[in-house]
Design a protein around this ligand. Structure first.
Ligand code: NAD
Ligand code: MG
Length: 394
């Protein structure tokens, strides 16, 4: 039996992970579940999976949760609430695998703690990797942790890599990665109408059912920008070796182009339980609960170049990785603040890239050489982005 800790258990990835765990209860034992605020769902999950620990980051919700556990059949679960508790549960001795599925920069410290502790890290939290690239990969290699990408594209690429491939290495015979993208809900909308889209329209993704932040990122294509940076880090590739390909059907989840002309693609129905089950069973395979792909229903697959005028966020991600150092951290922080402001209806959809670029312009490049620098820059970029938003709306 493997012990698993699920960081972000109440989110879209967390729920899919527990669905896979339920199918393989003979192989996986849930040691810890964490949530920010959603204690109703967490309680249901606890009844079903009976972890040793839960972390509820929101203090008031944690107290309420503790009350709810009293006189329940699961009153022996230990409830923690300090943010540091996330790191504590991610590094427990009886935890073998950590599903890193907290959204945004909040997931950095616990994901990094799991890396330092030599765990098997199932990494969904791409923002953590974008912020801390070199430091994260160094922690993985020093501790001997196994890093398995959950992001469907990176999981696809990992599956198309040579046998025995380990994240962080450069596969010499692979000359290019073709990183697929659905193009999101606004792929064909006239560009001049994009200023008026509402949060509800932006989170309604055509192919994937995901959390609100990543859904907006998919609509701006910042998600693909973050993923391009994620791919450079995970697969030790240069940005010009990564070609973003719009493939609206989301059946191919990415491809690897080899020097002999072979292109390997990984396909399947768009359901995150596929990459989750792959990573949980790795290096074997087991059932994920996903319907077999009916290739006759797919009928056709289309491929297009991304339009950087329509999707300026993708251009900004290329700019951030070209500038290097702290710039991906700035990009990520400014994006998180801008997306939240958009979801709160403070700014327009098309203001998102504007805010990010203005924020990036205010930083001098320096190396992201320590965690302290990264956390400091993250904080500064958030404050600056808030200021830029305030200037914009007043
Ligand atoms: P979500 O919003 O559905 O869930 C986020 C989870 O993080 C929740 O459990 C929430 O309680 C927790 N959380 C939020 N803020 C927190 C904080 N400050 N401290 C601690 N916990 C906090 O998000 P999601 O769609 O499940 O995405 C999770 C991560 O996986 C993101 O990094 C996303 O980019 C990545 N990802 C998601 C998908 C998908 O299909 N949903 C696909 C690929 C990658
Ligand atoms: Mg993805």
């Amino acid at each position: 039996m493997k012990g698993i800790c699920i960081l972000g258990a109440t989110g879209s990835i967390g729920v899919s992970t527990l669905d896979v765990v339920t199918r393989h209860a003979d192989l996986y034992n849930v040691v810890a579940l964490t949530a920010n605020k959603n204690i109703d769902l967490l309680y249901e999950q606890c009844l079903q999976h009976h972890p040793e620990y839960v972390v509820v980051v929101d203090r008031e919700k944690a107290l309420e949760f503790t009350e709810r556990l009293k006189n329940s059949p699961i009153s022996d679960i230990k409830v923690l609430s300090e943010v540091q508790s996330l790191e504590y549960v991610a590094t427990l001795d009886n935890v073998d695998s950590v599903m890193a599925a907290i959204v945004g920069a909040a997931g950095l410290l616990p994901s990094l703690a799991a890396a330092k502790a030599g765990k098997i890290i199932l990494l969904a939290n791409k923002e953590a990797l974008v912020m801390s690239g070199d430091i994260f990969m160094q922690a993985v290699s020093e501790s001997g942790a196994q890093l398995l990408p959950i992001d469907s594209e990176h999981n696809a690429i990992f599956q198309c890599m040579p046998a025995g491939y380990k994240s962080g290495n450069h596969a010499k015979q692979a000359r290019r990665i073709l990183l697929t993208a659905s193009g999101g809900p606004f792929r064909e909308m006239p560009i001049d109408q994009m200023a008026n889209v509402t949060p509800e329209q932006a989170v309604a993704h055509p192919n994937w059912d995901m959390g609100r932040k990543i859904s907006v990122d998919s609509a701006t294509m910042m998600n693909k920008g973050l993923e391009m940076i994620e791919a450079c880090i995970l697969f030790a590739m240069k940005p010009d070796q990564i070609q973003v390909v719009i493939h609206p059907q989301s059946i191919i989840h990415s491809m690897v182009d080899y020097i002999d002309g072979t292109v390997l693609a990984q396909m399947g129905n768009p359901d995150m339980r596929v990459p989750i089950a792959y990573s949980m069973a790795w290096p074997e395979r087991f059932e994920s609960g996903v319907e077999p792909l009916n290739i006759f229903d797919v009928r056709r697959m289309d491929f297009e170049q991304p339009n950087l005028e329509r999707f300026p966020c993708l251009r900004l991600a290329y700019k951030a990785i070209d500038l290097g150092g702290i710039m991906p951290t700035v990009l990520n922080a400014a994006n998180e603040i801008a997306v939240e402001a958009f979801l709160n209806e403070q700014i327009r959809f098309t203001d998102i890239p504007l805010i990010i670029e203005r924020c990036m312009d205010k930083f001098e490049i320096k190396p992201a050489s320590t965690l302290e620098i990264i956390l400091d820059i993250d904080k500064q970029a958030r404050v600056l982005s808030e200021q830029i938003i305030n200037e914009l709306i007043h």
